[in-house]
Design a protein around this ligand. Sequence first.
Ligand code: CUA
Length: 671
Amino acid sequence: MANKGPKVSRRTALGMLVGGAAAGVAGAKIGLSTSSGGDLAAIAADRGLTGDQAEGALRTFVPGGEFDEYLIFASGGHSGQMLVYGVPSMRLLKVIAVFSPDAWQGYGYGTDQGDTVLDEGSDPAKSDALRWGDTHHPAISETEGQYDGRFLYINDRANGRIAMVDLRDFKTKQIFDVPNLQTSHGGCFVTPNSEYVHISSMSPSPVTDSGYAPLSRYAEDFRGFSTWLAIDQETGRFVKDKSFQIELPPYTQDLADAGKLSSYGLGFINSYNTEMATGGVMHDGQIDPAAALEATATKNDYDFLHIIDWQKAEAFVGSGSGVRTLNGMRVIPLEAASGEGILHFAPEPRNPHGVDVNPTGDYICIAGKLDPNASVYSIDRIKAAIDSQDYEGTDPFGVPILELSSVLEAQVELGAGPLHTQFDDKGYAYTSLFVDSAIAKWSLGPKAGHDADAFQLVETLPIHYNIGHLVTAEGDTVSPDGRYMVALNKWSIDRFPPVGTLHPQNFQLVDLTSEPMTLLSDTPIGVGEPHYVQMIRRDKLKGVLRLYEPGTDPMTWSRSPFAIAAGEERIERQGQDLHVYMSAMRSHYTPDVVEARLGDTVRFHITNIEQTPDATHGFAIPGLNIQASIDPGEVVNIDLTLDRAGTFAMYCTEFCSALHLEMQGWLQVAP
Ligand code: CUA
């Protein structure tokens, strides 16, 4: 089955030409002449490029003024941010500040917008003013199972939080610190009509009043939670009052995915550590390696695929009875979830990683991590087993376990360390193989258009190196495009010049239109540990703005009460409060000198009165930790209590004009 033979280059006209077959006529053959009279084949030969490499360069180059066909939204890992790349160019277009401050965007350095988002996204009961996160799983809002380009949600693996990025202005508008969640790994997805954004726990939390419980009471006092956050369809914000959680046993809930089409209305979560091991390798000064979690959490042959009927859960919550409130969140107790048919388990080979639903919703693909197989469950079989109560028993918490042989459709041997699966438009699945550093392409079954060749490995592509997630174009939707795939590799080793001991990671772009698959490019990622990405057709981002209406507060999308027009600048004193209504435009602030007194609170209300796209101004007060970025039309507010006398230079941090250096002023703080 495996096609592991030597990789055969596609013999395209260009590949042959730059390979040297007809050097000197490449330009003419592809209808190009270069202004320097250059010969493309000779250039490739001169640079020592193979035909495949030269073809990769030409297939991915996007000239200035022309745009990439796709964008990928990549988590920035523990940088806390989000990265936006163009595909196929693989050029970084933007870093969006999410969970960590970012000076360029004026996020978290004294402005109302960034500071408010960061502060409100940090539940004081959990932690004071968190200033980092570990972005992991982006999920673009969907309509009828298609990315609709309105909003993007991304979880904080470290702190059990989730953020909303508004895809009109690519700014983070809300961070929600999810009650009862301590950490969250991969349990983030949106339902097909953005009814809910799902986020589940990874490490279970104690549900005691004090928040403490001894690990010896793990089974009794710790619980996981599956969270269904309702979203406001206008603003994209989370609506806590309409959201709910489902209590889960204290297993380690891992990756998750939404059912779609055939499986619409369901959610799937993988789990491991159904052993409920808690580690503890040191006892009385003695080290016992056998007690390590990697040994004790891998004893069971099977863990549990969680199958959640969120429509039943929604109805149960709506009925009101039997619902608890825990830390301000409505919770369906575990007994109710298992008794009302909201929660079922199916055995899955031990310690699996990814669970991915194919585009038709018929197949749920589970990657083995410790098992060389992808295990494919069929939604028809799952529904039939639930209807006939085809159980092999219950878990210790009373959750019914479906009979494995009744729900498992196929197992496909792929290679070592399968982690995640993505899909194309031709019924093929692509699974990352961490241990093998490869991607396996394999066929799905009859419901995805494969019959005689169902569930077979087609080929594997070597990857450099240690691939985690991977993404195909529109790969999480009901209609993937195929075309491109990006491998998200944890290690780059020898692929880039040495830049110190902390190495960049490596995104590799793969062409899915060729057989075999072709590697097109490597892209070093020198930011955090990018974890998962989604790839959306750029033309679906219909709402993207290039310019705000004059006086806009981006948090409300309405005119800021502090907006001013040219000529309305003023300073108003109200007791100790000094309101400064300031305008910014090339190349000056008005007013540019602010006279204040020690103990005052200066409240800057700065309107960028430009209406030219790109004419962003900065506003920095060195020494006072203030840095704002004010886009054309935008209003930014800064409250600054003056506890130090001095004369502080203010300046514009954006190189906005020829007289950018003249765009400065003074904040006078008289003793
Ligand atoms: Cu405004 Cu530089």
